[in-house]
Design a binder for this molecule. Structure first.
Ligand SMILES: *[C@@H]1O[C@H](CO)[C@@H](O)[C@H](O)[C@H]1NC(C)=O
Ligand SMILES: *[C@@H]1O[C@H](CO)[C@@H](O)[C@H](O)[C@H]1NC(C)=O
Length: 333
């Protein structure tokens, strides 16, 4: 009995040890949020404990203010530099994107030269195909900026240089204005006919898994299906076209179709408003992709190792799994 227990215990420590060496992840927060906020810190802590993988919040500039005002190309360039400096990511890492942070995540994958490989990309409420309306303004200063933008136009130089969401507002009845004036999303989605870059496609296609989580009651993303790359048809405000019927997918501008046909895309639909994810959905939709146990140090060979690790896994879940339906990120946009 005692030896069995010692054996089980040592396996547990082996699991902890290799767990500590498992693939790290970074979280890119949404607009108006900051790595200092308790919601995001808690979110990362929970994911880290459940997956056994180290997680980092990647901040761009001064958090909230910069997330609103820095153009997304600039935010992406800053993120690229930071990722290269984080030595822990050198062997590859996973990205968890929240809302606007997803576009920066995709920017890191598609645009950055010489960064470590991204393995899994888990996207929560990402405005991947654009949004038809600007998110609600958060603070009075931002609202003043909005007023100016509304006068000058979302695709004006002023808006593009001073209001981050203008980089992914796609007005379905002004596609020409969008293609010409919008500085970020048309590039990220390889939408501009003469400027398509196959490198973006090639890099995006190298993902092992792409997890696209849509919130069934999302009232921030218009339409909510943008989280799955679904969008309105050009020139009309209805109905939403399912992702598989969009040009981006059919002509495979960024490799989404290639990934999907290789069985690497999971389209997930969870109940809740924007980013309002429950503990149980975090466990089933996110954690499995962060717990990739690809060991960096060789792992001791164990008989029936999968059985053992799954029981250790359920033990760990038991240990850390609390409050099934407590939501974590209720204040994030
Ligand atoms: C495509 O993008 C890559 C990565 O940013 C860049 O190195 C390359 O010059 C681009 N190619 C063209 C034709 O613009
Ligand atoms: C999302 O899930 C709900 C409940 O399971 C279902 O009724 C709805 O049709 C699903 N939506 C999509 C787009 O799959």
């Amino acid at each position: 009995m005692a030896t069995v227990r010692v054996f089980a215990l040592s396996l547990f420590f082996v699991a902890l040890f290799t767990g500590a060496k498992s693939v790290p992840f970074i979280v890119l927060h949404g607009i108006g949020d900051s790595c200092k906020n308790s919601g995001i810190r808690n979110f990362i802590k929970i994911l880290s404990e459940l997956s056994g993988s180290p997680g980092y919040c990647l901040e761009i500039g001064h958090g909230s203010w910069d997330s609103w005002t820095k153009p997304l190309l600039k935010q992406t360039a800053i993120a690229c530099k930071k990722v290269k400096k984080m030595s822990d990511l050198g062997q590859g890492y996973n990205i968890v994107g929240l809302s606007q942070g997803n576009l920066i995540g995709r920017g890191i994958i598609e645009f950055c030269d010489g960064t470590p490989p991204v393995k899994n990309f888990i996207s929560l409420g990402g405005p991947h195909a654009g949004v038809a309306s600007v998110p609600l303004c958060g603070s009075e200063l931002i609202c003043t900026l909005y007023d100016i933008v509304l006068k000058l136009g979302i695709y004006s130089r002023f808006a593009q240089q001073n209001l981050a969401p203008s980089g992914y507002v796609k007005i379905p009845i002004d596609i020409a204005g969008y293609i010409k004036g919008c500085r970020f999303l048309p590039k990220l989605n390889n939408e501009i006919v003469d400027e398509r870059n196959s490198t973006y496609r090639q890099r995006f296609t190298s993902l092992q898994n792409l997890i696209l989580i849509m919130f069934e009651q999302d009232k921030i993303l218009i339409p909510k299906e943008t989280a799955w790359f679904g969008y309105y048809p050009n020139g009309a405000l209805h109905p939403v076209i399912p992702v598989q019927q969009t040009e981006l997918y059919i002509d495979d501008w960024i490799g989404l179709r290639a990934l999907d046909e290789a069985g690497k895309v999971k389209f997930i639909n969870v109940s809740g408003d924007h980013l309002d994810i429950s503990h149980s959905d975090m466990k089933t939709c996110i954690v499995p992709y962060l717990s990739d146990q690809t060991p960096i140090v060789p792992r001791p060979k164990l008989k029936h190792s999968s059985g053992w690790s799954s029981s250790i896994w359920s033990f760990l879940l038991e240990m850390f799994g609390v409050h099934e339906d407590l939501t974590v990120l209720s204040n994030d946009i």
